[in-house]
Design a protein around this ligand. Sequence first.
Ligand code: FAD
Length: 273
Amino acid sequence: MRSRQARSGPTGLRERPKPDKVALAVKEMHFLPRETIEARFNLRGDEGMVIEAAGTISRGMTGMGFIYANKECISLGIGCLVADFQRTGETPYGLLDRFKRHPSVAPLIEGSEVKEYAAHLIPEGGFKAIPQLYGEGWVVVGDAAQLNNAIHREGSNLAMTSGRIAAEAIFQVKSRKDPMTAENLSLYKKMLDESFVTKDLKKYKDMPALMHTQSQNFFLTYPELVSKAMQNFLRVDGTPKVEKEKTTFKSFIKARSWSGLFGDAFRLARAWR
Ligand SMILES: Cc1cc2nc3c(=O)[nH]c(=O)nc-3n(C[C@H](O)[C@H](O)[C@H](O)COP(=O)(O)OP(=O)(O)OC[C@H]3O[C@@H](n4cnc5c(N)ncnc54)[C@H](O)[C@@H]3O)c2cc1C
């Protein structure tokens, strides 16, 4: 049995998040006139836009950058696994600064005023990190229950749905005038397991570990290779196409070898299924 001392927070309902199961995201809110936002993002009326940036921007760490065009401001941020920050010595503000200075990003926020800055932990452990969800008189929902789908970048909807299901389960127990025992509140977990929340997290149960252990390949090596391959494919420079294809093919083999490429494809397919 886990001791109460190993758990954190005032309630002790969950363990202290492990560095490889939680990401640290930092975000800035850049305010601009609405007309400028519409012009820069090609928006009209109530439209907004989401841009996700994955690849060399996270310097081989498991993570992504994001830009949200809102009504009056642009939210811009980046998040990576805490374990990767520990491993690399990179800083969240250093990453964010580089992201903002990227030639594709800088013009989008030029002349803006930063009025808000936020840092937040995001649970990334997925299905295998879900803690005990109910007990004597309590249930846990949302981020506190690690209900976050990092692959699809979903957290808000899982928090709302788990909250609704918890309320429905409690309502059922109360309607029967039963006590709020762990046994009766296990109904919450049963109902959650039947919902998309647990089903989606279960589908990707092996992805968080794969992304973490292979972060160098998936977030640095492959993005660089694909980027170079696309440049090679699209550039008109008089090189015969057969030679171009050979160059691209060789670059993949040189970087990862045959067994590495097949191994990565196999591991990805198996974790994704
Ligand atoms: C940068 C960033 C980008 C994101 N992007 C997306 C996205 O695009 N799509 C998506 O679906 N999800 C996204 N998420 C995830 C989403 O925000 C969360 O999954 C969601 O907010 C979780 O809701 P929650 O109610 O469980 O927790 P929270 O929203 O964290 O709410 C918990 C509340 O409890 C309060 N609290 C904490 N401790 C105490 C205490 N002791 N006493 C009283 N109050 C307390 C906190 O202040 C907070 O207000 C993003 C998260 C971050 C950080």
